[in-house]
Design a protein around this ligand. Structure first.
Ligand code: AP5
Length: 216
């Protein structure tokens, strides 16, 4: 099964992709995580994208298309994947169509997580993650079971993303509405778009996604 999770920054794409990965054994392809790993490693790609990400803008299409094409070609993706953060422009969506067609693969669904802008800002400003294993948390909605200790690996150090500062969040939202939201009619026209209420709690959103997939 090959899926896209589509939605604005903070909509819960990463949260739901992780849950889907655990439940269905799919590979999670988060372009944001790939780019952050490149920045952390100091690679050429990381040096190129660092300032773009810090400003809340989008990395050039050709860079992202090459990154995903290489990743989808890896053997583990044969069991199915969840795209989290890609495509983000019509150019990326068209390139993905061509990539899948060349491999004889199809898109089983595009799930839109619909969330109001005001809620997004609150979600993003409360988000943090484990500095060791990357497990995600939120000040209000997803606290570690034992305060200050990561549920997944037991580490005690946590970190917040550079681009989660209020002024950058505004630019990320603007980029979403201008460049990524046009993908909603793009996929609707192809009959693969399903919308879930991303304002609901994490478990409820998960349930809605399972319902959608049961009918896919
Ligand atoms: P990326 O990492 O993809 O960031 P994003 O799309 O802005 O999405 P986020 O990771 O911020 O949010 P999310 O939807 O995953 O929400 P989450 O599950 O964390 O991209 C970062 C940057 O990389 C971009 O700005 C761009 O520069 C570049 N980039 C990446 N891909 C690119 C591409 N294809 N083309 C060009 N540039 C690209 O949830 C948020 C918080 O809310 C968490 O704390 C979570 O616990 C909480 N939460 C989740 N669900 C719920 C719920 N239902 N109720 C309450 N709280 C919830």
């Amino acid at each position: 099964m090959n899926l896209i999770l589509l939605g604005p920054p903070g909509a819960g794409k990463g949260t739901q992709a992780q849950l889907l990965k655990d439940r269905r054994g799919l590979v999670q392809l988060s372009t944001g995580d790939m780019l952050r790993a490149a920045v952390a490693s100091g690679s050429e790609l990381g040096k190129t994208v660092k300032s773009i990400m810090a400003s809340g803008g989008l990395v050039p299409d050709e860079t992202m298309i090459n990154l995903i094409a290489d990743r989808i070609a890896q053997p583990d993706c044969a069991k199915g994947f969840i795209l989290d953060g890609f495509p983000r422009t019509t150019r990326q969506a068209e390139a993905l169509d061509a990539m899948l067609a060349a491999k004889g693969l199809k898109l089983d669904g595009v799930i839109e997580l619909k969330v109001d802008d005001a809620a997004l800002v609150e979600r993003i400003s409360g988000r943090y993650s484990c500095a060791k294993c990357g497990a995600g948390y939120h000040d209000s909605y997803k606290k570690p079971k034992k305060a200050g200790i990561c549920d997944s690996c037991g580490a005690e150090q946590f970190t917040r993303r550079e681009d989660d500062k209020a002024e950058v969040v505004a630019s990320r939202l603007e980029a979403y509405h201008r460049q990524t939201a046009p993908l909603l009619p793009y996929y609707k026209a192809r009959g693969v778009l399903r919308t879930v209420d991303g304002m609901a709690g994490i478990d409820e959103v998960q349930g809605q996604i399972e319902k959608v997939l049961a009918g896919a």
